[in-house]
Design a protein around this ligand. Structure first.
Ligand code: AMP
Length: 289
């Protein structure tokens, strides 16, 4: 349904891009728009982005769209959780002003493979891009469409998906998009596991093991603070810790936070990136040194 006024405190919900576009452009000039793109199944991590947007902007727009273009043919697009009513209630409670819930047809009137795609080469082809080819192409294609529809001054992304954040920054810089990308810290469960919509896939025993990932990254950070600056030694340390667990490592690497270039000698603020599997569930995490 086309939305009500932002000041009524009732969240407006749109599914048609053109209706959202018109609504946002009809707002008083000078209102700062903040945008939080998500795939729904919202948790505290997502809500922290909403809070960051509310702190900085007059109007906070949150999109919920499970983007088919970023899922590989054997990935979990069909079973990805879609608790839409619950998500809308969470957003309303968090004080979001506008929710955008398009269908695949709304976002891709022509199938993505036959229509305009936005790709950020090199950065998209490493780390998660190796195991999930085409994944970041789907991300940048949908985020560029969403940014064009919403036209925000600020867009908020979690550091949880650190490679994604760096790629989005590259995209908006390269395309001269008039938006500031704000990276927000990772929100974790009490035991350290990074919150993720996919954590619900974990069995009880996998869920017990999952915090070992963050422990391993922290342990590497402790060794770095103790004076070890060889990336290979720090990476080997993480691998050794996780060897004794059922976690199957996809990659562990230490990179420059701006360019994602792997480091040989680690500096302060570099990031250690992890991706792996527990059972069938892919988990990612990272930590700044
Ligand atoms: P998703 O719904 O998984 O596509 O995530 C939407 C946004 O929420 C992305 O910018 C993510 O990086 C961010 N996000 C997801 N999980 C977390 C978390 N645990 N802490 C902070 N941000 C997160």
């Amino acid at each position: 349904m086309p939305g009500k006024s932002v000041s009524s405190k009732t969240m407006a919900v749109f599914s048609k891009p053109v209706e959202l576009y018109r609504f946002l452009r009809s707002l008083k000039p000078g209102k700062t728009i903040g945008f939080v793109p998500t795939m729904g199944a919202l948790h505290e991590g997502h809500l922290s982005l909403v809070a960051a947007s509310k702190a900085r902007c007059d109007v906070t727009v949150v999109s919920i769209f499970v983007n088919p273009a970023q899922f590989g043919p054997t990935e979990d697009f069909d079973r990805y959780p879609r608790p839409l009513e619950q998500d809308l209630a969470l957003l309303q409670r968090a004080g979001a002003d506008v929710a955008f819930t398009p269908s695949s047809k709304d976002m891709y009137p022509i199938p993505p493979k036959d229509s305009t795609q936005v790709t950020v080469p090199v950065l998209s082809d490493r780390f998660c891009g190796v195991t999930r080819p085409g994944f970041f192409y789907g991300v940048t294609t949908v985020v560029s469409r969403l940014l064009n529809i919403v036209g925000p001054e600020y867009a908020f992304f979690g550091e949880k998906d650190f490679q994604q954040l760096v790629i989005i920054r590259r995209m908006v810089t390269d395309l001269f998009m008039p938006v500031t990308i704000v990276g927000c810290p990772i929100v974790r469960e009490a035991d350290g596991l990074a919150m993720s919509s996919r954590n619900i896939y974990l069995s009880a025993t996998e869920r017990e093991t999952a915090p070992r990932i963050y422990e391993a990254l922290n342990s590497a950070a402790a060794i770095f603070y103790g004076g070890e600056i060889q990336a290979s030694a720090l990476i080997a340390h993480v691998r050794r810790i996780l060897e004794s667990t059922p976690v199957r490592i996809d990659y562990v690497d230490i990179v420059s936070p701006d360019t994602l270039e792997p480091r040989h000698l680690v500096q302060r603020d570099d990031r250690i990136l992890f991706a792996g599997y527990l059972g069938r569930t892919r988990l990612i995490d990272n930590l700044a040194f």
